[in-house]
Design a protein around this ligand. Structure first.
Ligand code: FBP
Length: 551
């Protein structure tokens, strides 16, 4: 394989483990904490998970291990969107397995959950693993979004597990994939099959977190990559002084990525979907505010600026949220009839005739491109594919129309030349930052310890993350603790609750205290590229979000 100088250097990087995991494996013991309850809908979740509900949180402590020593065969899959550090979860898991016994086996199932169904796998060896240490991407075994949810699928997975004598399956994924991990763990437990299931918290979106899981892996590196690019654009904007840049960033429903990039770069505007929802801000109010900022800056002689837009914003705008909810139900219930229609005009007519009057009016008020994007296929988990909705272009065009009105009324006399950008895929496969390299390696290593101790239905947890790795804690949390019931594909389903931006949390309140100044003045900051080698205060810093949350 051809390699770059950085890749060669990164192969040699030795990820740091928490002190507790640096002990000989025979000296790491489980300590049981409190029994757990799901975050809400307790009765429903308990009924759906009779064998795995209510288990205790656990942490690892330095004491002789009580785990029974046995030869282990472990399967691992990468699930969902790529996130920097996925390879290190696998290398950490592999190293721990091999440390515990050279005859232990790690199988990587290819292409995500479908690899388990198709029995498509590779057995990892030292040489294979070494070529992926500390690298970005999920190309070691690939990923996919197949949803593991039916009993027929579970039976196939059980057969595959039996065929290869698999003792445990590690699912590296986001909220939806870990929901599936919990359902699979419950199935195996109910069938009394000796296969454990362990999840690892992955997603650049940062929305898989709670009081125990402080961040999902990949968020750090992805945000730093986008922040580098946004900082560069800010400098360009401030040099040329002729463009407004509207930058949409990934993150699905949650605005964590947008907020983190704003904290890093201090743009003129950063919209936060959760605030839009809380304040019930309609499209015209949002556009009115953007136009006010543009006009104010123009009055100061600054016909340029930078606005960050979370990709999930569209789902939070009350009138669009109502529309999306109706579309989801409609597209799920009338999928066959809808799929048989040809041509967008016919499809749009079919849809609007079945929407409420209010939602039909919203649908008809949107540009045709946005209408088409709202009707695109949902992902396998029933989510609207917000990354494909061009919210940045919608806002540019509506702001231009609003400013033209103001110009005609004589209340605005600036220039508004706007460019749209979308940063998403650029950040998902970057070389993991030192933080993500260490965190992911630790999560994988820790996943082995959960398996060795016979646990199932748990997520691997490493926390205390705002301090250096040596001070991190390691343990596990029952996945059912994170669940509630939500509407998906027109049905009530048990799912892990997404962690959205908290408006009374420190990251948002800090941003809110600064934004009036950032709107008016040019306060840009330039984070620059991720540094892998050099002073600790440059290379090993975590996100501003984590620093503020744990301050
Ligand atoms: P996960 O939730 O699977 O981690 O994916 C994150 C994400 O990058 C979102 O930010 C984005 O909306 C989505 O994936 C894009 O999906 P796809 O890779 O299928 O285009």
């Amino acid at each position: 394989m051809e390699t770059s100088p950085l890749q060669i250097a990164r192969y040699k990087y030795q990820p740091k483990l928490p002190k507790i995991l640096q002990n000989d494996i025979s000296q790491v013991c489980v300590s049981y904490g409190r029994e757990t309850e799901s975050v809400s809908d307790q009765d429903k979740i308990r009924a759906l998970f009779p064998n795995t509900y209510g288990m205790k949180e656990i942490s690892f402590i330095n004491a002789p291990s009580t785990a029974t020593k046995r030869k282990l065969t472990v399967a691992v899959i990468l699930s969902g969107g790529q996130a920097p550090g996925g390879h290190n979860v696998i290398t950490g898991l592999y190293d721990a397995l091999k440390k515990a016994g050279r005859d232990n086996i790690l199988l990587g199932f290819k292409g995500g959950p479908s690899g388990l169904l198709e029995d498509s796998y590779v057995e990892f060896t030292d040489d294979f693993i070494d070529a992926y240490r500390n690298t970005g991407g999920f190309d070691i075994i690939g990923s996919g979004r197949t949803k593991l949810e039916t009993v027929e699928q579970f039976q196939v997975v059980a057969e595959v597990a039996k065929r290869h004598s698999i003792d445990a399956i590690v699912i590296i994924g986001g909220d939806d994939s870990n929901t599936n991990a919990a359902v699979l763990a419950e199935y195996f437990a109910a069938q009394k099959l000796p296969v454990q299931v362990i999840g690892c918290p992955k997603t650049i979106d940062g929305d898989l977190k709670n009081d125990v899981i402080e961040t999902s892996f990949g968020f750090d590196t992805a945000c730093k990559t986008y922040s580098e690019l946004i900082g560069n654009i800010e400098r360009d904007a401030n040099s040329a002084k002729k463009y407004w840049h509207f930058i949409k960033v990934m993150g699905r429903s949650a605005s964590h990525i947008a907020l983190e990039c704003a904290l890093e770069c201090q743009p003129n505007i950063c919209l936060v979907g959760e605030e839009v929802e809380a304040k019930k801000q309609g499209l015209s109010e949002i556009v009115g505010h953007i136009a006010d900022v543009v006009a104010q800056r123009a009055a100061d002689g600054n016909n340029f600026g930078v606005a960050i837009i979370p990709e999930g914003l569209i789902e939070f705008i009350p009138e669009v949220k109502g529309l999306i909810g109706e579309l989801n139900e409609l597209l799920a219930k009338e999928a066959g009839a809808y799929a048989a229609l040809e041509g967008f005009t016919t499809q749009a007519g079919f849809i609007t005739s079945r929407l409420s009057a209010a939602s039909a009016a919203v649908f008809n008020s949107l540009p045709v491109d946005i209408q088409k994007q709202l009707l695109m296929d949902r992902d396998p988990h029933g989510n609207v594919q917000v990354s494909r909705i061009e919210t940045e272009k919608l806002l540019i065009s509506m702001t231009a129309t609003e400013l033209a009105k103001r110009k005609a009324a004589g209340t605005y006399s600036g220039k508004f030349n706007a460019l749209g950008h979308f940063f998403g895929y650029e950040g998902r496969c970057a070389f993991p930052s030192n933080f993500d390299a260490d965190y992911c390696y630790s999560l994988g290593y820790n996943a082995f310890l959960l398996i060795a101790n016979g646990l199932t239905g748990y997520m691997s947890v490493v926390n205390g993350l705002s301090k250096g790795p040596a001070a991190w804690n390691a343990g596990g949390i029952p996945i059912t603790k994170m669940m509630n019931v939500e509407r998906r594909h027109g049905e009530d389903k048990p799912v892990i609750r997404k962690a959205l931006v908290e408006l009374d949390g420190k990251p948002f309140t800090y941003f809110a205290s600064k934004r009036a100044q950032w709107e008016r003045e040019t306060c840009y900051t330039f984070p620059g590229a991720i540094q892998y080698y050099g002073p600790e205060e440059v290379c090993d810093i975590t996100t501003r979000t984590l620093a503020l949350e744990q301050a």
